[in-house]
Design a protein around this ligand. Sequence first.
Ligand code: HEM
Length: 405
Amino acid sequence: MRLEPALFSFSNPDLFVDPYPVYREIRENEPIHRSFMYGGSWVLFSHEDSARLLCDPRLTNNRAGLPLLALGEDERAEFTEFHRFLRTWTAFFEGEDHLLRRGVLDQVFRVLTPDLVSEVVRHAADRLIDGWGDRSQVDLVADFARPLPAMVLTRLMGAPESDHKFLDHWADDLAYLFGASTLTPDDLRRGWASAQAFMAYLKNLATDMARLPERSLLAGLLARTVSGFGFTEAEACAQCVLLMFAGLEPSRHLIGNAILALHSFPDQRRLLADNPRLWPSAVEEFLRYDPPVQYIGRLAAESFTYRGHRIEKGEAVLPFPGSANRDPKQFPDPDVLDIQRHGRHLAMGTGVHRCVGAGMVRVQTAVALRTLLTRIPDLEVCPDRKPVWHSYSGFHGLASLPVSV
Ligand code: HEM
């Protein structure tokens, strides 16, 4: 069957609201889909292809130049320094260079024990809920899901929680460059200005190591070495910018999407309330059912043929957790939320570039949602006010979700 070209297009509003029926149709008919994205790319809709190619060394994650590709060639020269900065992010390295940097990041994350993360998250969640006073309705996104991860990550980074609004704002300007469907030179100017402001802030924080909490990401990044490799001060600060950029947006979408999923499946909400031991598997299921990161970007490092398709060097290849996680070959009844389900979802990627914050964010999500639903057991999504979805191509997440409290 020939697919309607408008089906998988950013002009199709369904892609931002409920993309899963669209994915199903493409997965059943053209699981390796030639798409308009990035001027012609390969989108992988099945779980098998996504999982396999995420681990294929013929694809590279060296995508620091991706935002610049959205501009005309004559507009790019202005952003050479910005490009050089993005190239210092661990995520964009490959091979041995990636392993060394990733080794340090993994070590640094080990200091964020579940107890420490739980305490910081509970404190942030309580403060936000206390701030609602006697309101009977709040916006779950603006009043909880959005600020919470910024408050938590700001503290875990080693900065005062009250500064979270600046850090959040700078990280947002950068996230926009990798998530929006179109970009202008002004978007890049804003992103670069925010990256510079963020770096100046972190360098200032780093000058007084003695005041940095010992168990903080910045202190760890400045001090740790693995196999003789350690970051310079500028590189350590740049990794903190990367962590904020990579961590905030999906973390807040996961909280919002999870509340909406529990609203759609009230039996699962009751099951969870009666069996708190199910929280860890519930978080896995939230990640599978409605993953905040819908696709992962890769570029072909060489030309090769995959299942009869000729992929040329430099072309974008996009494994799609959004579709892979609903692949019935991997998950029976994939459109049903089942918090007791087991299986290997791809919401956090797989292979050497898998999410570095995965452990921390699992604890964060469980503690934040549990605190919320324990303190406000009768929290309900307002039936008369529709949720509003973001129109970012890379993420599936809510811009607003009115709830009665
Ligand atoms: C629900 C929340 C999150 C989701 C769904 C998520 C998802 C992902 C995905 C899909 C990848 C790409 C894997 C790949 O390229 O193969 C990734 C990578 C990454 N994530 Fe997350 N993430 C989340 C939270 C976080 C947090 C909280 C942090 C940091 C504090 C973080 C830091 C990173 C970094 C640095 C990478 C790049 C790793 C590398 O290339 O070696 N993420 N994440």
